[in-house]
Structures are given as C-alpha cells and as structure tokens.
Design a protein around this ligand. Sequence first.
Ligand SMILES: Cc1ncc(C[n+]2csc(CCOP(=O)(O)OP(=O)(O)O)c2C)c(N)n1
Ligand SMILES: [Mg+2]
Length: 322
Amino acid sequence: MSPTANGVALLRAMIRIRRFEERCAELYQEEKIRGFLHLYIGEEAIAVGVMQSLTPEDAIVATYREHGHALARGIDMNRVMAEMYGKATGTSGGRGGSMHLFDAKTRFFGGNAIVGGHLPLAAGLALADRMQGRGVVTACFFGDGAVAEGEFHETLNLAALWQLPVLFCCENNRYAMGTALERAQSETELALKAASYRIPAWPVDGMDVVAVEGAARRATGAIRAGEGPHFIEFRTYRFRAHSMFDPDLYRSKGEVETWRRRDPITLLTDRLRGEGAVDDAALEGIEREVAAEIDAAAAFAESSEWEPVETLARHVTSEAPS
Ligand SMILES: Cc1ncc(C[n+]2csc(CCOP(=O)(O)OP(=O)(O)O)c2C)c(N)n1
Ligand SMILES: [Mg+2]
C-alpha cells in the first residue's frame, strides 16, 4: 500500500507522540511526574492511524497507555502535560494523572486503569449513542491482556448480538506486563476470538501507519453503514518496559532489537524519503516544531497551580465537603 497524501502529517503526529513521551520519561526521572507511567513508544502508528478514520463526534475509550491516543485525538498538549504533573490545569484537574486522561469535549472517555474494564463502557457508550440516534462510532483500544478477561467476552457477545457501532482495536504487543501472549492465551490468533462472536475481525501490521489507517477506514465505513461491530488486531510491540517500574527481564534484547528494526516512525520516514515527500530539512523542521511545543507544554505544567486542598475532593466523591 502506498502512503496517502497525508503521509507527512501522519509522520509528524507519530514523532510528536514519541518526543512527548521521551520527555515524560525524563520528567519522571526528575520526579516531576509521579505515580505510574506507561509509555506507548513503538505503538504510535495505531493511535495515529485509527484517529484518521474518526469524526469529532465519535467516541474513544482507551487504556492507561493512552498518551498517544489523547494527543492524536487533538487534546491540547499543555493540558495533557499538566495532567501528567497532577496540576489543576490538567485534563482531569490533576486528579487522574498519566492513566486517566479525559476530555469530554473531544469525546475522549479515558484513560482507564482496569484491564478490560473499559470494554463494557465502550459498549454502553455505543448503545447510548445509537439510542440517541447519533450515528457515530465508539473506538475502543485495549491490549492483548484484556482478551483474557471475562469482560472482553461479555462485551463482544453483547456488541455482536445488539450490532453495536464499536470498533474494537486490539493493540497486541505480545505481552501483558511480563506475561507473554502464548503463556496466557490458548488461541494466539486474537482475531479468531472475535470472529467466534460473528464479529468481522482480521490482523493488521500495527507498525505500518498507512495499513492501520486503511484498515480502520474500512472498518469504520462498515460500522457507519450499519454492519455492526468490527475488530482489528494490530500487531505491534512496545519498545520500552511495561512501566517505569518494570526491569524488563522477561524478553531478550535480541527480540526487542528485531522489533525496533520495524519502528513505525523509521518505516514511514524511509518510505516518504523514497517518494521524495520529505528530506533532512523537512524532518529537522518537524523536530524543531515538536520540541518547541513540548517545551511550552512542560513550562505550562511547571507554572500551573496545584488544586487547593479545600477543593481536592471535588469531582472525586459525589458530595464534596463544603
Ligand atoms: C483487572 C486488572 N488486573 C490486573 C491489572 C494489573 N495490570 C496492569 S497492566 C496489566 C497488563 C495488561 O496488558 P495488556 O492488556 O496487554 O496491555 P499493555 O500493557 O501491553 O498495553 C496488568 C495485568 C489491572 N490493572 N487490572
Ligand atoms: Mg500487551
């Protein structure tokens, strides 16, 4: 498949996420960002590719590895960075942190930390949208680990039975924390699991953003035409450890290196260079702009206020203390 005319924009979107997260890792070492931090590095093509197929009215539900999805959805980087810091100007008022980015305006319903817990949420959103005659799609991103959860099976069954407009985006990076796919799944062809619920399902190269976009457009087109839920298994790999606490001892350096050779950013850069769509100057320009945006976001987060103690419980409990 040849890159779309949009190729440079896709590349820029992936670089923006990559550099943002690299900065987050540094800020974590400096203890500016605390708590859990799960990096999406290596998997950027999925969020960027799928977002191309969504309209502003569509809904998105994601896991705790969702910084890339939030940025690709168009949530302001300043607010995302401020949330990473836990500042009051963050997307969730500083109460959610890295795992709970949320933005009602762009219909970005998290950032969810419970593995598989957001799949029923996606089905509920899709059902509500359909009942209100909105004619939109809910894109639900989840990892291979979620496939082992009961909620996965309950959700896929109901989604198929009720023909709900959900795009199930399985980000199969081959590991759930330190557990390899083949240690946790009797059937490692995950699309077959969805197919058993009579949901159209197929695997796609998750390192090729153009292939991702093509598959997502095909699926969302069918969902919008009333053909019910669809499932895409994106085959990918996380280049970094599961989280900042993970010593990453369960996979060989050779395996990581093999996948790094298929870095989605390198793959698209090489392709665009081959077509003459980008050169060194263009790439440097992208890097410069992205670095400036990240500098500004970090400065914004740094200078933002913490939520005052008096209002800390607001939005956390239904009855905030007066
Ligand atoms: C219900 C539940 N069980 C266990 C955990 C602990 N946990 C956090 S992330 C994770 C691995 C999930 O792996 P996967 O779904 O493949 O997503 P990935 O981290 O690879 O993106 C686990 C077991 C959790 N958050 N929720
Ligand atoms: Mg995984």
